[in-house]
Write a protein that binds this ligand. Structure first.
Ligand code: ZN
Length: 202
């Protein structure tokens, strides 16, 4: 993943040279929505960004266009739009166009900035733990509780919905580098541990 920089804007890369058409993918927003299980909302946001001019935060695609570019069925669009509003990624208002009204969508800064996430989106910013079986980071509450015996004691254990593995909290080092990992790539947790040992000796 690359940060948008002056170097890229003035790139000699033939793929990004003058006249090229490109759009800034809202990576933090799409990731948070994916972690939250809101894939349709993520796809819808992607379709909106495809229609952004680069000079204005406003886009005006019709519902038909949104459906065509996102693959989200027309019946699901209203719900997906509500999710995007709740996460603080878009603002919707109506503008008059001739005798009718149509939606105007404002793409908000939080789409591209982890630091500007609202309360709802922030729940899906930082992993709450990791699964010791599949190695995935766990966002929000994607576990259930189970009482397990350990010697004489019974321990309330968090179990990952997807794979049945035990969920552990991230340790301090893992928390510290979470953001960095998010910005670099989706690095699996077993590698995060190795990076910790290399970079933060204790
Ligand atoms: Zn798991």
């Amino acid at each position: 993943m690359q940060r948008l920089s002056a170097r890229i804007l003035s790139s000699k890369d033939s793929r990004l040279g003058p006249g090229s058409l490109w759009a800034p993918l809202p990576i933090p927003a799409c990731r948070a929505l994916t972690y939250a299980g809101q894939i349709k909302a993520s796809q819808l946001l992607f379709a909106m960004v495809l229609h952004a001019s680069g000079n204005s935060p406003y886009v005006f695609p019709s519902r038909e266009t949104l459906s065509k570019y996102s693959g989200v069925g027309k019946n699901s669009i209203t719900q997906a739009l509500a999710v995007l509003e709740r996460f603080g990624f878009i603002r919707i208002d109506e503008i008059k166009q001739g005798p009718t009204y149509r939606n105007r969508y404002e793409l908000l800064r939080a789409c591209w900035h982890w630091d500007e996430f609202n309360e709802v989106a922030s729940r899906y910013k930082v992993p709450k733990g990791h699964c010791t079986k599949c190695g995935n980071w766990i966002y929000s509450a994607s576990w259930y509780y189970e009482n397990r015996r350990s010697g004489l004691a019974t321990i309330r254990t968090r179990v990952h919905f997807n794979c049945g593995g035990v969920v552990k909290n991230l340790n301090r080092n893992q928390m510290l580098i979470t953001r960095q990992q998010e910005e670099l790539a989706g690095m699996p947790l077993y590698m995060v541990g190795q990076v910790c040992e290399l970079e933060i000796p204790e």
